[in-house]
Design a protein around this ligand. Structure first.
Ligand SMILES: *[C@@H]1O[C@H](CO)[C@@H](O)[C@H](O)[C@H]1NC(C)=O
Ligand SMILES: *[C@@H]1O[C@H](CO)[C@@H](O)[C@H](O)[C@H]1NC(C)=O
Ligand SMILES: *[C@@H]1O[C@H](CO)[C@@H](O)[C@H](O)[C@H]1NC(C)=O
Ligand SMILES: *[C@@H]1O[C@H](CO)[C@@H](O)[C@H](O)[C@H]1NC(C)=O
Ligand SMILES: *[C@@H]1O[C@H](CO)[C@@H](O)[C@H](O)[C@H]1NC(C)=O
Ligand SMILES: *[C@@H]1O[C@H](CO)[C@@H](O)[C@H](O)[C@H]1NC(C)=O
Ligand SMILES: *[C@@H]1O[C@H](CO)[C@@H](O)[C@H](O)[C@H]1NC(C)=O
Ligand SMILES: *[C@@H]1O[C@H](CO)[C@@H](O)[C@H](O)[C@H]1NC(C)=O
Ligand SMILES: *[C@@H]1O[C@H](CO)[C@@H](O)[C@H](O)[C@H]1NC(C)=O
Ligand SMILES: *[C@@H]1O[C@H](CO)[C@@H](O)[C@H](O)[C@H]1NC(C)=O
Length: 370
C-alpha cells in the first residue's frame, strides 16, 4: 500500500520561518563571561549558535532522523483515511482521539521542517511507504513500535552529535515523539510506560528497522551509509498474544506481562545480501562471526542470553530474569524493546552502543513483553 505524500515544498517553506536560520545577526544574549556567576566548561555555549550538520556523522544521523519523521507523517495520515469511524470506535479510539493522531501528523510536519532546515538543500525529500497492518489494532501496535525505534534511534545518536545547537532542536522534537509513543501504548490498552529508562539504539539498528517500510525515494535523495543489518523475526512473537487480549484504549491498565523470565523465544533471521529499503537500493550486511548470543537492549544496558538449537539461521533463547538495580527494581525486559543476534557478548553501556554494531549477526527485532 502506498500512502499519500502531503508534505509539499510550499508547506515546508511556509513553515521554515519557525526554525532558527543558519546564520545569525548580533547576539541578543550576554556572553557567558558577562553573566555574574556563570560556571565555565560548557560545550558550545555560543552566543550565536549555528544550526547545521558539522560532521558526516551529524549529517547522516540527521538524514536518518528526517526519514523517520517523514514516515510518521505519512503513516498517521494514511491510517486516518484508511479506517472508518466505526472501526476506530470499536477500539475505543473516539473522534477526539483521532484528532490527537491528526495533531501528531501536524507535529511531524514541524519536526521534518526543522531537520530539513538544519540539513539545507540536500535534505532528503519524502518517500513512498508500505505498512504491515490491516486493522486499527495492528496500526496502533505498529505505531507504538515505530515511534519507539524512532525515539531510541535519536537517544542513541543525540549525545554524539558534534553540532550541539542542532542536537537542541532534535531534542525538542523527540520529546514530543516520546509522548506519541506513550499515547499509542494507551490506545492499545497497555500500561503506558513500564520501563524506568528509555533505551537508545544505534543508527544502523534504527535504519534496519525503518528501511523495509520505505518503498521508493526521489532520485536526488542522498544515500544513507548506515548498515542495513539482516532482518530478525520472532516466530512466537508475544505481540500476537497482546493483540488477542482485545484491549481497548485506556489511560492506564494493569496489563500483566504476556511473557515472563524463562519464556522460550524462537528466532529466525535472514542471511546478509538481501536488497532492502528505498528502490531496493540497499543491501543487508554483517561483519559478525557465528551466532552465539541474543542481545536484549532495554533500560540502561545490554543483556545477553545463550542461544540454543542453533541450526542455520534459527535458534531459540530464554527471556532473562534481571532487574535494573537488583531485587525490587524494574525488570530488564518490560514494555517495547529490542532483541538481536550477536557473535559475542561485549560489555556495552549507553554511550558506547556503536561498538555493538560489528557484532550483530541479525536484528534488531522489536520484543513486546507487555
Ligand atoms: C556550518 O555553519 C558554519 C558557520 O556558518 C560554516 O562555517 C560551516 O561550513 C557550516 N557547515 C556545513 C557542513 O554546512
Ligand atoms: C512491567 O512493569 C509494570 C509496571 O511497573 C509492572 O506492573 C510489571 O509487573 C512489569 N513486568 C515485569 C515482567 O516485571
Ligand atoms: C526510485 O523509484 C522511483 C519510482 O519508480 C523513481 O522515481 C526514483 O527516481 C527512484 N529513485 C532512485 C534513487 O533510483
Ligand atoms: C558516508 O557518506 C558520506 C557522504 O555522504 C561519505 O563522505 C562517507 O565517507 C561515508 N562513510 C562511510 C563509512 O561509508
Ligand atoms: C477477542 O476477540 C476475538 C474475536 O472477536 C475472540 O475470538 C476472542 O475470544 C477474544 N479474546 C478474548 C481474550 O476475549
Ligand atoms: C495493579 O497492579 C499493582 C501492582 O501489581 C497492584 O498493586 C494494584 O492493586 C493493581 N491494580 C488494579 C486495579 O488491579
Ligand atoms: C527469577 O528470579 C526470581 C527472584 O530471584 C526467582 O524467584 C525466579 O524463580 C526466577 N525465574 C526464573 C525463570 O529464573
Ligand atoms: C521475516 O519477516 C519478514 C516480514 O514478514 C519476511 O519478509 C522475511 O522473509 C522473514 N525472514 C525470515 C528469515 O523468516
Ligand atoms: C544489565 O543489568 C542487569 C541488572 O543489573 C544485569 O543482570 C545484567 O547482567 C547486566 N548486563 C550486562 C551485560 O552487564
Ligand atoms: C563500554 O563502556 C564500558 C564503560 O562504561 C566499558 O567497561 C566497556 O568495556 C565498553 N565496551 C566496549 C565494547 O568497549
Amino acid at each position: 500500500m502506498i500512502g499519500c505524500i502531503l508534505l509539499t515544498p510550499l508547506l515546508l517553506s511556509s513553515l521554515a520561518a519557525a526554525a532558527p536560520a543558519a546564520t545569525s545577526a548580533a547576539p541578543i544574549y550576554p556572553s557567558p563571561s558577562a553573566l555574574s556567576s556563570a560556571p565555565g566548561g560548557a560545550i558550545q555555549l555560543d552566543p550565536t549558535p549555528i544550526y547545521n550538520a558539522t560532521t558526516d556523522f551529524d549529517y547522516q544521523s540527521l538524514q536518518l532522523g528526517l526519514h523517520q519523521e517523514y514516515i510518521e507523517l505519512d503513516l498517521f495520515h494514511y491510517a486516518l483515511t484508511k479506517f472508518s469511524d466505526e472501526e476506530w470506535d470499536a477500539e475505543g479510539i473516539d473522534a477526539a482521539d483521532r484528532f490527537l493522531i491528526q495533531h501528531m501528523a501536524d507535529q511531524e510536519v514541524g519536526h521534518a521542517t526543522v531537520i530539513s532546515n538544519i540539513l539545507g538543500a540536500s535534505a532528503a525529500k519524502p518517500c513512498t511507504y508500505q505498512y504491515p497492518f490491516n486493522t486499527v489494532r495492528e496500526f496502533v501496535d505498529f505505531c507504538q513500535k515505530l515511534t519507539r525505534w524512532g525515539e531510541a534511534g535519536v537517544y542513541g545518536f543525540l549525545e554524539h552529535l558534534q553540532n550541539r545547537a542542532s542536537a537542541n532542536l532534535v531534542l525538542q522534537s523527540i520529546t514530543q515523539e516520546a509522548r506519541q509513543q506513550m499515547s499509542f501504548r494507551q490506545f492499545e490498552g497497555l500500561f503506558p510506560y513500564p520501563e524506568w529508562f528509555t533505551t537508545g539504539i544505534t543508527q544502523s539498528m534504527q535504519w534496519t528497522l525503518l528501511a523495509p517500510y520505505i518503498t521508493s525515494c526521489p532520485a536526488e535523495n542522498p544515500h544513507l551509509n548506515w548498515t542495513n543489518l539482516p532482518a530478525l523475526n520472532i516466530t512466537n512473537d508475544p505481540t500476537q498474544t497482546i493483540l488477542s487480549l482485545n484491549n481497548t484504549a485506556d489511560i492506564s491498565t494493569n496489563v500483566s506481562s504476556v511473557t515472563a523470565p524463562g519464556y522460550e523465544v524462537h528466532l529466525v533471521w535472514d542471511a546478509p545480501g538481501k536488497s532492502v529499503g528505498p528502490n531496493a537500493s540497499y543491501a543487508t550486511k554483517t561483519l559478525a562471526g557465528a551466532p552465539q548470543y541474543a542481545a536484549w537492549i532495554a533500560q540502561l544496558n545490554v543483556t545477553y542470553t545463550e542461544l540454543y538449537n542453533v541450526l542455520g539461521n534459527s535458534a531459540y533463547t530464554v527471556q532473562p530474569n534481571g532487574t535494573v538495580f537488583g531485587p525490587g527494581s524494574a525488570a530488564i525486559v518490560n514494555g517495547t524493546q529490542f532483541i538481536l543476534i550477536t557473535d559475542s557478548n561485549p560489555y556495552i553501556t549507553p554511550a558506547n552502543m556503536s561498538y555493538l554494531d560489528p557484532h550483530v549477526v541479525a536484528g534488531p527485532a522489536m520484543y513486546q513483553a507487555d
